[in-house]
Design a protein around this ligand. Structure first.
Ligand SMILES: [Zn+2]
Length: 430
């Protein structure tokens, strides 16, 4: 099957994905002319057209859903033919991050080099609809059955997925057995990586008012939030890591390289604890605002981003922040608060399927990865179908440069991932 997938990727996916890279369709947040220039619409139509051409003879329904003032959303239904048909929902997005500078060839110049396809949107997240179609086509080619499978490709993930839930509700799906979101990171290209937790995030402003020395007062407040020597965040924002997740972290830590700025003293020397800190502990970063200093009114505003443990409710954390840091001299304004995600444990059947697939295509067991970053829409999806199992996959290794210059798709990993997807779609007991 891998030979079929390789050939298909080469002959059909790479040419079309390259044309997708040529379209500079930034996410709405980064292009306020998107409704006039219709670049998102062009990208959406490009994908739909490719799907239509490639799926002749397959039992599918394609529609472009449209909510007013939002980018369209692609929905494809593949009618399954399993004896005990289950329902799978797959997710991807077609909007892109801004281009930024520093590209070797340019963000909209697709180049295939060393079996990597370079260009903005190649791996985040343009490759997803191509991967799903390729998996279904491979199963069809080898006369293997598959479950009912929905694919949804939205156009505003990089802007906050504001209409995603409404779009999914428009599909009227009663029950989902398995959700697969392909938009996450991986650690290396040696195995099937599954993301099992993401941290939440709160962005907020601290405004210091009417005090002789706003800097000194700010320092007092920040000390309440985190220990200035160790970086340990106030215990109100700490949570307990489940036994299952702790075991996974211990099993995976040695595979995950952690980089530290050269000037920084490490809070922890133990590598496992460093990894757990990044994935499961809150942390505070100062992301701006000092330029708003108004010397004449003695006011000072600073913007802070705080990562939250995957199982900490962002609303609760916001209230705790306000309570902790509001005084007569200070105000707190919450800009954004998003809860992270702690995926519930998979059934043994699904675990076995994933492991078998990883062995078949990578000759290595799969591993669960606890991601320290945040992807806010994942939690909303999880809430929408809490009964469903939730599989978070990706193609983005550290050298894939998602969101940075020289974003690229590792074609070998991509092909193996397609093989794994096909195996999941065809397995009876997902
Ligand atoms: Zn993405």
């Amino acid at each position: 099957m891998i030979n079929f997938i390789q050939k298909y990727t080469e002959s059909s996916i790479i040419p079309s994905l390259s044309d997708f890279i040529r379209i500079p369709n930034l996410s709405p947040q980064f292009d306020n002319q998107w409704q006039q220039n219709k670049l998102l619409e062009r990208a959406c139509n490009h994908i739909v057209k490719w799907i239509e051409n490639e799926t002749v003879g397959l039992q599918i329904e394609i529609k472009i859903m449209q909510i007013e003032n939002a980018p369209s959303c692609i929905a494809v239904k593949f009618l399954g033919n399993q004896q005990h048909n289950k329902t799978i929902l797959c997710y991807g997005h077609y909007d892109k991050q801004p281009h930024f500078v520093g590209w070797k060839y340019g963000p909209t110049t697709p180049i295939l080099e060393n079996n990597r396809l370079y260009g903005r949107g190649s791996s985040d997240d343009g490759c997803v609809p191509y991967a799903i179609i390729a998996a279904i086509k491979a199963l069809k080619e080898f006369k293997q059955n598959y479950h009912d499978c929905y694919l949804i490709v939205e156009g505003e993930e990089e802007s906050g997925s504001h209409q995603l839930i409404q779009y999914i509700q428009m599909l009227n799906l009663i029950k989902i057995d398995l959700m697969i979101a392909i938009d996450s990171g991986i650690v290396d290209y040696d195995r099937l990586w599954i993301t099992n937790s993401m941290r939440g995030a709160i962005t907020f402003d601290i405004k210091i008012i009417q005090t002789e020395n706003p800097f000194q007062y700010l320092r007092i407040l920040l000390n309440k939030l985190e220990n200035s020597v160790t970086g340990e965040v106030n215990s109100k924002f700490q949570t307990i890591i489940s036994k299952n997740s702790l075991e996974e972290c211990k099993a995976t830590a040695h595979l995950v390289p952690l980089e530290f700025p050269m000037i920084c003293d490490k809070m922890e020397i133990d590598h496992i604890q460093q990894y757990i800190n990044r994935a499961w502990k809150p942390s505070v970063s100062y992301i701006g605002g000092l330029e708003d200093l108004d010397q004449y009114n003695d006011t000072l505003t600073i913007r802070i981003s705080m990562r939250l443990p995957p199982n900490k409710d962002a609303q609760e954390a916001s209230e705790q922040l306000i309570e902790l840091l509001t005084t007569q001299q200070s105000k707190i304004e919450i800009i954004q608060a998003k809860t992270g995600l702690a995926v519930k444990a998979f059934s043994n059947e699904l675990k076995n399927i994933l492991n078998d697939a990883s062995f078949q295509y990578f000759s290595n067991e799969m591993r669960m990865f606890h991601e320290g970053a945040s992807i806010p829409f994942l939690n909303s999806l999880h809430q929408l179908y809490p009964e469903s199992q939730f599989l978070i996959l990706g193609v983005l290794a550290p050298d894939s440069n998602a969101h940075g210059p020289n974003e690229n798709l590792n074609i070998e990993y991509f092909n193996k991932l397609i093989g794994c997807l096909a195996q999941i779609f065809t397995s009876q007991n997902i």
